[in-house]
Ligand binder design. Structure first.
Ligand code: NAP
Length: 463
C-alpha cells in the first residue's frame, strides 16, 4: 500500500494549472504538488493576459493565492522545462505530470505585408501592456491616428479598448509603466475592428462589447448596412443568447453612435484583409476584400471573397485571430490543432492515436485549444483530475523508475538554477502591491526577470 503522497508536477502556473491543483487537493488521495512555471511570477494569463482595466476578472488570483499557501503545494518560478529541467528529470521524480502550458504562440494571416514594421500579433501587444518580461521591449507605432485590429474575439476587443481608453483611466490600473507612458503620448484616435464573417458570427462576449457604449470620450460606430442578417445568420442567433445580445448592442451603436468623444471604435463586418500595404517598409494601410457567407454542410457559415476590394489607411495593424499552442520539448504535439494530443486529458503519443503516455496529462488551452474564459478551465481541470485519480487507483504512473530521494529543489540547486519559491513569490507580490498602494494602483509590476528575482530575493549563481 502506498503511504507517501503521490508526487505530481504541474507544468504551468496559470489558471488551468491552479484549477488542477485545486481539484487534486480536494480529492481523497494524499498529493504533493509542485507547480513549475517559466516566469518568476505565477497566475499566467490572469497576470499577463487579462486587461489591466478588468481588475474584477483578476480577483480569481485570491483563489490561487490560497492554493499556494497550502503545505502540499510548492512553487518553482523561473524554471523552464526543456532548459532548466528535462522531461526525464521530471519522469524520474514524479508519479504524474500535468501539462498546463497554455497556448504560447499566435496564428498568422498568411497575407503579403504581414511582417512589415507596424504589423503585430495581439499576443505581443497584450504582453507589452501587461508587463510580460518577454515583450517589454516591443515597439508599437502610436504616432498615427488609425489602427486596424483584425479579428472579432475578446482579445481584439481588449486591444481596441486599451488603444482608445483615456490614459488617466489606465493610470489607476496595474498596466506596465512603459505602456502607460507610451499611451499617454498616443495619437491614436480611430480603431477599426475587422470581422471576416458577420455580426452574428462574432465571438466576443456581450459585456465586453457593451463596455464601449459607456467609456468616457469613446464613441462606438457601426454601419447599419453591415448588420443585415441573411436567413441562416438570423436562424444561427435564435438559440444563442450572447449573439442575440451582441446584435442588439451593435444595432444600438448603429442607431445612436453610442457615447461621444474624439476616440472612435468602428466595427466592420464581412471583410477580410488580403494585403498589408507598406510605405518605406512601414504599414500605411490594409487592403480588404468584401465577403459573403456560404453555409457549409455542417451549418458553419464560411466567409468567401466577393472580389470587391477597398483600402483602409492605418499606421498600425494588429492581428488578433487566435492564439496557438507551441510544442514543449519531448512532449507530443498535434501540429494541426496546436495542442498536446490527448484523450479527455490523458496525453496520447500522437494525434488521432490511442497509445496513452502513462502518467502524463494535459489541461486548459494546451488540452482543448485557446477557447473559453478563465472559469472554463475549472471544469476542464476537474475532468482531467478525475482520470488521474482513476489511473492512480489502477497503479498507472509516469514512465521512469522513480528516484524519490532526489528532489527537484536539489536538482535545481545542483544545476545553479535560480528559482522563485512560495516565499519568494510572496515577497515579490508584496513589493509590487506596496509600490502600487503608494500610487493608488493595485500593483506596479516589475517587468524584467532580473528585477523580479531581485524583488523575490532570489540569489545564487549568476548574481
Ligand atoms: P477567438 O475568440 O477565437 O477569436 C478569434 C477571431 O479571429 C474570430 O473572430 C475569428 O473569426 C477571427 N479569425 C481567425 N482567423 C482569421 C483570419 N484569417 N482572418 C480574419 N479573422 C480571423 O480568440 P481570442 O480573441 O484570441 O480569444 C481567445 C479566448 O480568450 C476566447 O475564448 C476569449 O473569449 C477569451 N478571452 C476572454 C476575455 C474576457 O473574458 N474578457 C478576454 C480576452 C480573451 P472566425 O469566427 O470567422 O473564425
Amino acid at each position: 500500500m502506498k503511504t507517501s503522497p503521490t508526487r505530481i508536477a504541474i507544468i504551468g502556473a496559470g489558471p488551468a494549472g491552479f484549477f488542477t491543483a485545486e481539484a487534486l487537493l480536494k480529492g481523497d488521495d494524499r498529493v504533493a504538488v509542485d507547480m513549475i512555471n517559466n516566469l518568476p511570477a505565477p497566475y499566467g494569463l490572469v497576470r499577463d493576459g487579462v486587461a489591466p482595466d478588468h481588475q474584477a476578472i483578476k480577483s480569481v488570483a485570491r483563489v490561487y493565492r490560497k492554493i499556494l499557501a497550502r503545505d502540499e503545494v510548492r512553487f518553482f518560478g523561473n524554471v523552464t522545462l526543456g532548459e532548466d529541467v528535462t522531461l526525464e528529470d521530471l519522469r524520474s521524480r514524479y508519479d504524474q505530470i500535468v501539462y498546463a502550458v497554455g497556448a504560447q504562440s499566435d496564428r498568422r494571416l498568411g497575407i503579403p505585408g504581414e511582417d512589415l514594421s507596424g504589423s503585430h500579433a495581439a499576443m505581443r501587444f497584450v504582453g507589452w501592456y501587461n508587463a510580460h518580461p518577454h515583450f517589454r521591449t516591443e515597439a508599437f507605432n502610436l504616432d498615427c491616428e488609425d489602427v486596424v485590429v483584425v479579428g472579432n474575439g475578446n482579445v481584439a476587443i481588449d486591444v481596441a479598448r486599451i488603444l482608445v481608453l483615456r490614459p488617466d483611466r489606465l493610470a489607476t490600473t496595474d498596466i506596465a509603466d512603459h505602456a502607460l507612458a507610451a499611451l499617454r503620448n498616443s495619437r491614436v484616435r480611430r480603431v477599426t475592428l475587422l470581422g471576416r464573417r458577420g455580426p452574428a458570427q462574432a465571438s466576443f462576449t456581450n459585456p465586453e462589447l457593451r463596455e464601449f457604449g459607456r467609456l468616457d470620450g469613446v464613441c462606438a460606430e457601426v454601419d447599419a448596412a453591415e448588420l443585415a442578417l441573411d436567413d441562416a445568420s438570423a436562424a444561427e442567433i435564435e438559440d444563442n443568447a450572447v449573439r442575440k445580445r451582441n446584435m442588439n448592442t451593435l444595432r444600438g451603436y448603429a442607431e445612436s453612435k453610442a457615447g461621444d468623444g474624439d476616440r472612435v471604435v468602428r466595427f466592420r463586418f464581412l471583410v477580410s484583409p488580403i494585403e498589408v500595404v507598406g510605405s518605406d517598409g512601414k504599414v500605411c494601410g490594409v487592403r480588404v476584400e468584401r465577403n459573403r457567407l456560404v453555409a457549409q454542410d455542417d451549418g458553419y457559415q464560411r466567409a468567401e471573397g466577393t472580389g470587391a476590394v477597398e483600402t483602409l489607411p492605418c499606421g498600425m495593424l494588429i492581428r488578433s485571430v487566435g492564439y496557438r499552442g507551441a510544442p514543449v520539448p519531448g512532449v507530443p504535439f498535434d501540429e494541426r490543432a496546436g495542442i498536446v494530443p490527448n484523450e479527455g486529458g490523458r496525453v496520447v503519443a500522437r494525434a488521432g492515436g490511442t497509445e496513452v503516455v502513462r502518467g502524463e496529462y494535459v489541461v486548459g488551452w494546451a488540452k482543448r485549444g485557446p477557447s473559453g474564459v478563465i472559469g472554463t478551465n475549472k471544469a476542464d481541470a476537474a475532468a482531467t483530475v478525475a482520470l488521474m485519480a482513476e489511473d492512480r487507483g489502477a497503479g498507472i504512473f509516469a514512465g521512469s523508475e522513480r528516484d524519490t530521494e532526489d528532489d527537484l529543489a536539489r536538482l535545481l540547486e545542483r544545476g545553479g538554477v535560480r528559482w522563485v519559491d512560495n516565499e519568494g513569490w510572496a515577497r515579490l507580490d508584496a513589493r509590487e502591491t506596496a509600490l502600487g498602494e503608494a500610487q493608488g494602483r493595485p500593483r506596479v509590476k516589475f517587468c524584467t526577470v532580473s528585477a523580479m528575482l531581485e524583488a523575490a530575493e532570489v540569489h545564487g549563481s549568476g548574481d
